[in-house]
Write a protein that binds this ligand. Structure first.
Ligand code: BGC
Length: 248
């Protein structure tokens, strides 16, 4: 069974058809820069462009950087304010002509890792953290997701964690890997004190360079890079479109 998975990020919108039984991409992904301001209609047109590029007519799963309930975006941190209250399921479905299912980007990325990647077979508490324009969180207990956690907005030293420890913050402040690892450690340490996870899975584009910063972390929990690296969002979005639950 196949579904098109689309991952909407602060800087790029990526998509590819995915075999939802294996989690494998069935074609090379397409990436289109996120339109300036990331307003609903402009973003929806890019989703449609990706669907058309694959001549897609079936279900589409979309990971979106906001808490989403029944298809509706509830908040907007790194996208236009116009998203708040927008039914993204309906908007994308009407523009693409395909049935679209939208979920939080970190939640769906976590689903991919739990089903096929580093979380496969992991019981206990697993926390997926995605580091990109913002920080996304997905928390699983015995494979079950607690949806729409927003721990990128946890306050550290009076600031949103994502303003200090996202990959965008690292680039903006031109941090050395050592300095960045310190910032990330501070954040993960707070998460650790609150949840006592068995495993942290670190995703987002930066996870490709995990050797530069993960070995510098000092935490009690195990920490691993996401197996799908930056593609977890695409694979997870495809799974989400089928309502595929995490399987052990
Ligand atoms: C958003 C989250 C999202 C994360 C990663 C945050 O700013 O509030 O919903 O998961 O960025 O994209």
């Amino acid at each position: 069974m196949q579904a098109l998975g689309i991952d909407i990020g602060g800087s790029g919108i990526k998509g590819a058809p995915v075999d939802i039984k294996t989690g494998k991409l069935l074609a090379e992904r397409i990436r289109i820069p996120t339109p300036n301001g990331a307003k609903p209609k402009a973003v929806a047109l890019v989703v449609a462009e990706i669907a058309q590029a694959f001549n897609w007519k079936k279900e589409i799963g979309v990971g979106f950087p906001a808490p989403i309930k029944h298809g509706v975006a509830l908040m907007a941190a790194n996208v236009s304010e116009k998203w708040v209250g927008t039914n993204a399921d309906e908007l994308f479905t009407s523009i693409t002509g395909c049935k679209c299912h939208v979920g939080n980007d970190a939640d769906v990325a976590g689903m991919a890792e739990m089903a096929f990647g580093m979380g496969k077979g992991e019981h206990g508490t697993v926390i997926m953290i995605t580091l990109g324009t913002g920080i996304g969180s997905a928390i699983f207990y015995n494979g079950h997701l607690l949806p729409n956690t927003e721990f990128g907005h946890m306050q550290i030293n009076g600031k949103d964690a994502e303003h200090r420890a996202s990959d965008a913050a690292r680039q903006r402040e031109d941090m050395s890997w050592k300095k960045y690892a310190k910032r990330l450690n501070e954040y993960l340490n707070e998460m650790e004190k609150l949840f006592w996870p068995d495993l942290f899975i670190i995703g987002g584009g930066i996870s490709k360079q995990h050797e530069k910063f993960l070995p510098l972390l000092k935490l009690q929990s195990r920490v691993v890079p996401a197996q799908f690296q930056n593609e977890a969002g695409i694979v997870g979005a495809a799974l989400f479109s089928q309502g595929t639950a995490v399987k052990f």
